[in-house]
Design a protein around this ligand. Structure first.
Ligand code: SF4
Length: 394
């Protein structure tokens, strides 16, 4: 008999209001939907705690980061209370990382839910069912896993085996792709994949791509950068997870992207902070990015075991609210200062401004007036725009 399948994406406190933001699309649920449809079942996707008008035979609830587990468990409890007889399966990042944890297993037993660790082989073979969501892009994987073992990353724990694909052209259905690969350039077939994309047309138009993760710049060659450009990749991001002293290598990688045709302000540098490098060192890295006129994608470190994150950029907070890497001198004040500096600097880079001010940001200063302002001595600018801030400052 056809089964009714309920797929649930909990309402996580994502920084974006969009439930279908390209960074948070519930691809595993879409694959599960596709699989169940293929065997005659009826899948139904909901967000958060929703009153559905049928009794599902099976429910699948996905998790995301470990520090959003409260929202996840609240959702599980809601559906368990509502549907005491349904089979509830749980999976996703948090579930995979906590799978061996005895408290976690206890909770699963109490709530009678079945946890899954990592990607499921059966569902992985099914293409995501985009009919359940309304987006104009397609998420795609040209590989799973990662060969590297960065200490702050959970990928190599959840997907320990690096599995590359030789080709993806037959999977592409839309003109916009977002690669969810963790290390796209590590794929031994990457040149072939990029050549496919360069030639591919969907509805007679080219296919544009971007990568959710930063590129592993150590693998970047001019040939690959040129192929990325020719295959219509946009907004390339390079990871700079190392010390400031490595800036020469990053400069070289940016130069390679530049020679291949990418403009500096469309390039972005992925940086982890609230981590083993001090605020002062991160500020040196930030200022280097300003010299290069590239943007920064900052990533606030939370340990893989972190169970909550109530960070609020507008409040003074402590480590009772969110994770603060105090060992290396980070504090709530420094975390928020670094975040604020990155934000203001990115605005300067995007707009070719030499300094930031809230009026400039809100476009309350006409361009001609900015050109007059910028020629004034600094104290004059400060008199007119008291919150003016220059990226070379801390
Ligand atoms: S290279 Fe990226 S995906 Fe791979 S382990 Fe490091 S951070 Fe994780």
């Amino acid at each position: 008999m056809n089964q009714k399948i309920l797929l649930v994406q909990p309402k996580f406190p994502t920084p974006t209001k969009s439930i279908n933001h390209k960074d948070f699309l519930p691809i595993p649920l879409l694959k599960i939907a596709s699989y169940h449809s293929s065997i005659g079942d009826v899948p139904f996707l909901v967000h958060g705690k929703t009153d559905v008008e049928f009794n599902p035979d099976s429910i699948y609830i996905t998790s995301l980061f470990t520090y959003w587990q409260k929202e996840f468990w609240d959702t599980v409890i809601f559906y368990r209370n509502k549907f005491s007889e349904s089979i509830i399966n749980i999976g996703g990042i948090y579930v995979s990382l906590f799978f061996e944890n005895s408290e976690f297993q206890k909770k699963c037993n109490e709530l009678k839910v079945i946890p899954f660790k990592g990607p499921n082989e059966v569902f992985e073979k099914s293409p995501p069912d985009y009919g359940l969501i309304n987006v104009d892009y397609q998420i795609i994987h040209a590989s799973r896993g990662c060969k590297r073992h960065c200490p702050f990353c959970g990928v190599w724990q959840i997907e320990p085996e690096f599995i590359p694909k030789e080709s993806i052209k037959n999977e592409v259905t839309k003109n916009k792709l977002v690669f969810y690969d963790n290390n796209l350039l590590a794929n031994p077939y990457i040149e072939n994949i990029l050549k496919e994309l360069a030639e591919l047309k969907i509805n007679g138009r080219p296919v544009y791509s971007e990568s959710q993760s930063g590129f592993d710049g150590r693998l970047l060659t001019f040939k690959l950068a040129k192929l990325l450009k020719d295959s219509h990749f946009r907004n390339p991001r390079i990871a700079w997870d190392g010390h400031f002293e490595e800036w020469g290598k990053i400069e070289n990688q940016i130069a390679i992207l530049g020679e291949a045709g990418f403009k500096s302000k469309e390039i972005s540098i992925f940086m982890i902070y609230n981590w083993e490098y001090t605020f002062e060192e991160m500020e040196l890295k930030r200022k280097k990015c300003y010299e290069w006129k590239v943007q920064i994608t900052d990533c606030r470190n939370r340990p893989l075991s972190q169970q909550f994150d109530n960070y609020n950029g507008r409040l003074e907070q402590t480590s009772k609210d969110y994770y603060i890497h105090e060992i290396n001198g980070w504090s709530d004040f420094l975390i928020k200062k670094f975040r604020k500096n990155v934000r203001r600097q990115n605005i300067c880079v995007r707009n070719n401004h030499k300094f930031h001010s809230s009026k400039l940001e809100r476009k309350k200063v006409p361009k001609s007036e900015y050109l007059n302002l910028v020629s004034l001595p600094r104290h004059e600018i400060m008199r007119l725009l008291p919150d003016a801030w220059w990226p070379f400052e801390s």
